[in-house]
Design a protein around this ligand. Structure first.
Ligand code: HPA
Length: 245
């Protein structure tokens, strides 16, 4: 039976959609990780839910223990991951309320450890990133979205910034010129670490706002939370109905 993980990002903290759930604490070389294990269907597919920012959104994006989280999921036997992420949009074809199934990233993070392989006994490992986000999961989710009429875009380039501040309009203009579609603070290094461990990883990026300089007003974290809350039902349905992937 395939083991699937859902990493809940900003605004996705609730695990009440999992039946027969139990809490697990996984000890990793990078620190302990709390995971909730449960089921979403009668077939018994195991689903592991992990809050990226903690249950009370207490961990900012640049301080998330990305290595511990991905290591823990691999350790419990997870093979496929659906991760949610709140993002700003640089592309008018990806308006607030839409879900972008990312297929590429641009990495503008600065202070994060983004590899499990730091030399020593594990050696030097260079992981292929031609297809960083799993095309299989994207296809399954996109089919669900089309069937259900959800505003979902299959493919988009995620620009990862360090945060926790939002971007300047000049940065957003530069990212757009470089080919970015959406901007957020968490998909890197999560996607890289998942690839390093051979996990099939996808990001469901929910657009919560137009990015700085495109938005007609200054950005607030509250508007990100509000937009996430408004679209939570369909985001969860998209995830749940896509299982078993
Ligand atoms: N920038 C970076 N991260 C974000 C944004 C944004 O505009 N919106 C939601 N997360």
């Amino acid at each position: 039976m395939m083991k699937i993980a859902v990493i809940g990002g900003t605004g996705v903290y609730d695990s009440s959609w999992l039946a027969s759930s139990q809490e697990l604490r996984v000890e990793t070389p990078y620190g302990p990780v709390e995971i909730i294990q449960g089921q979403v269907n009668q077939k018994g597919d195991a689903v592991y839910f992990l809050n990226r920012h903690g249950t009370h959104h207490q961990i900012p994006p640049h301080l998330v223990n990305y290595r511990a989280n991905i290591w823990a999921l691999k350790h419990v036997g997870v093979e496929r991951i659906m991760a949610t992420a709140a993002v700003g949009s640089l592309n008018v074809a990806m308006p607030p309320g839409s879900v972008v199934l990312c297929d590429q990233f641009l990495d503008f993070t600065k202070s994060r450890v983004s590899t499990f392989f730091e030399g020593g006994p594990q050696g030097v490992v260079h992981t292929d990133m031609t297809e960083p986000y799993c095309p299989h999961i994207r296809k399954v989710i996109y089919q669900q979205a089309v069937t259900r009429g959800y505003p979902t875009i299959n493919g988009g380039c995620y620009v990862a910034t360090e945060g926790p501040r939002f971007e300047t309009p000049a940065e957003i203009r530069a990212f757009r010129l470089l080919g970015g579609d959406v901007v957020g603070m968490t998909s890197v290094p999560e996607v890289i670490l998942a690839r390093e461990l051979g996990l099939c990883y996808s990001t469901l990026a929910l657009v919560t706002n137009y990015a700085a300089g495109i938005s007609p007003h200054h950005l607030t974290h509250q508007e990100v939370l509000d937009l996430m809350a408004q679209n939570m039902t369909y985001l969860k349905q998209l995830i749940v109905t896509s299982i078993p992937l």
